[in-house]
Design a protein around this ligand. Structure first.
Ligand code: SF4
Length: 357
């Protein structure tokens, strides 16, 4: 009976439990001197208890491998991170949570994802205010694809009206796309809208616009609405009537280029230094640009002074008139002296509106 109870107590008991049983066994041992069998049984139980008790105390040298085996399970994972492996372990776990794939692929997808944001900043140049903006060598206008997609002048005008590709959109009242006839044989190009153009949406209105109209009608003998087309390099007014900056001109350039393709003029007359340099890809003075014909893409480019400059500097009207006659020759128009009405020198040399100075 006792042999059956004692092991159960030893399995679940403490050191005190073991000591109490030893006292009881000692009393039994003293009575077992009369019975060798009982004495041997008591000795066997005592030995058994000693072994169990020692095991509970962690003494048995032969059992140490067992407790050491438990840490080994944890030690294998721990043995790897003991060096440099703790880091790879979590990194593999993170991608595996995002994607069910194995540990190796996560490093590969990371590589292609990084170039994408890198390309993003190059597509969106923000024009800094203040000083003239420098133009990146690899600049591509964000308006390029939109402009190329337009198949008619009306479509292109709609795209321009919605454009916010450069900083000029922030201060414009309305875009100033162009004015004139589709298929006009002569295209006049100014640098940008002024205050009146910004208000009305029509290029070359006011005194400068009136002088240009005189050049077209009285000088060249053409109808401004039917025979000519008028546009600007930039479609939004630079604030304070300042010059359009290089980045603004380059950003807006695809609209003018597409406009030229759709109007398809024989002759282009840039009005002023900015428009002439833009269309000819130069950076020089008006004195060097005017007085000659430059052929490009099958068209004749004939730079001359801006009408606003002529209003301020009437002495240059004769030079302008000389340039206009070059353009007329390209168009096959008769010189004013040959016309029955008696010409139309807007510079003051004839009977036209140019007599206003
Ligand atoms: S100036 Fe040209 S590019 Fe700039 S917002 Fe106006 S239409 Fe767009």
């Amino acid at each position: 009976m006792l042999g059956g109870v004692t092991p159960t107590q030893q399995d679940t008991g403490t050191r005190q439990d073991t000591g109490t049983q030893q006292d009881t066994d000692t009393q039994r041992e003293s009575g077992s001197e009369r019975d060798p069998g009982a004495e041997l049984a008591a000795l066997a139980r005592a030995a058994h208890r000693l072994v169990r008790g020692a095991r509970l105390l962690g003494r048995p040298p032969g059992r140490r491998p067992a407790p050491a085996a438990l840490p080994e399970r944890g030690a294998r994972p721990a043995a790897d991170p003991s060096g440099a492996r703790p880091a790879p372990a979590p990194s593999v776990a993170a991608p595996s949570a995002a994607s069910p794939g194995p540990a190796a692929p996560p490093t590969a997808p990371d590589a292609p994802r990084r170039p994408a944001p890198a390309s993003a900043p190059s597509a969106a140049p923000s024009p800094p205010p203040g000083r003239p903006q420098s133009l990146p060598a690899d600049f591509t206008s964000p308006a390029l694809e939109v402009a190329k997609a337009a198949t008619t002048l009306d479509e292109l005008e709609t795209s321009v009206a919605q454009c916010r590709a450069c900083g000029l959109c922030a201060t414009r009242t309305r875009t100033v796309f162009g004015d004139g006839a589709k298929g006009a044989k002569v295209l006049f190009v100014g640098e940008g809208p002024g205050a009146e153009e910004d208000r009305t949406g029509t290029p070359f209105v006011g005194p400068a616009g009136q002088l240009l109209t005189d050049i077209i009608t009285k000088g060249m003998g053409l109808d401004r609405a039917k025979d000519a087309y008028i546009a600007n390099v930039v479609k939004c007014r630079p604030p304070g009537n300042r010059d359009p900056q290089p980045l603004e001109k380059a950003t807006c350039a695809p609209f003018l280029e597409r406009q030229i393709e759709l109007v398809d003029p024989q002759v282009i007359v840039p009005l002023g230094r900015h428009a002439a340099n833009h269309l000819l890809g130069t950076q020089t003075t008006m004195g060097r640009l005017r007085g000659r014909v430059v052929r490009r893409d099958g068209r004749a480019i004939v730079p001359t002074f801006h009408p606003a400059y002529l209003l301020r500097t009437p002495a240059r009207k004769r030079d302008c008139w000389a340039d206009i006659q070059l353009a007329m020759a390209e168009l096959g128009l008769e010189p004013p002296a040959s016309r029955a009405a008696g010409g139309g020198d807007p510079s003051g040399g004839g009977s036209g509106a140019g007599t206003d100075g």
